[in-house]
Design a protein around this ligand. Structure first.
Ligand code: FES
Length: 193
């Protein structure tokens, strides 16, 4: 079994929400089902808007709405960020990771990285759970153990996800904050081919 290094609060929130729903619907049977690795969950993340998530110049912000400075993360760390709020965009979780540039390999679009930072959608391409865990450098989805390699363009390395997490092109703005230079390279979450 892997030992998650991180489990962010947003993911825990989703898991607690599901626990409550399951307990309400199915009583003891549902409670027993919590022992299963959350198998059978349907889509957790629902996109409630259409159109691009990010666009050129949209700042990345943390859960408090603070913009991300270049020195925010050390190598090996990760952070859940969002597009700076604007009308129609309520929630678009994004995983910001930082590794030594030399560790990125085939699959990661290096033109879309900056200072060792790469950003990927946090929404699992299998059933939409939040990719909230880590096993070494591997990003792990807690719902059905989907695994993604952030050093190889978040390609799938295990579990049922049908495709990689789309990468977000980022750069550092003139005033020193991480910003997008466009939208994700592919569809966010399940579906979308
Ligand atoms: S939702 Fe099934 S592995 Fe992520």
């Amino acid at each position: 079994m892997y030992q998650p290094l991180w489990r962010d609060e947003r993911a825990e929130l989703h898991r607690r929400d599901y626990a409550k729903i399951l307990a309400t619907i199915g009583g003891l049977t549902a409670i027993a089902s919590l022992a299963a690795p959350l198998a059978g969950l349907t889509e957790v993340f629902e996109r409630k808007y259409t159109g691009p998530v990010y666009s050129d110049g949209v700042a990345l912000v943390d859960s408090e709405g603070e913009q991300i400075t270049e020195d925010r993360l050390s190598e090996g760390e990760q952070l859940t960020v969002f597009p700076e709020p604007r009308p129609g965009i309520a929630d678009a979780p994004t995983l910001l990771v930082r590794f030594p540039e030399s560790e990125y390999g085939e699959g990661t679009n290096m033109e879309y990285t900056v200072g060792g930072y790469a950003a990927y959608s946090k929404v699992c391409t299998h059933a939409g759970c939040m990719v909230a865990d880590r096993d070494g450098t591997t990003l792990v989805c807690p719902c059905h153990s989907g695994r993604f390699d952030p050093l190889a363009g978040a390609r799938v390395t295990g579990g049922p996800p049908p495709r990689r997490l789309p990468q977000l092109p980022i750069t550092i703005s003139g005033d020193g904050y991480l910003v997008a230079t466009g939208d994700f390279t592919g569809p966010v979450g399940p579906g979308g081919g």
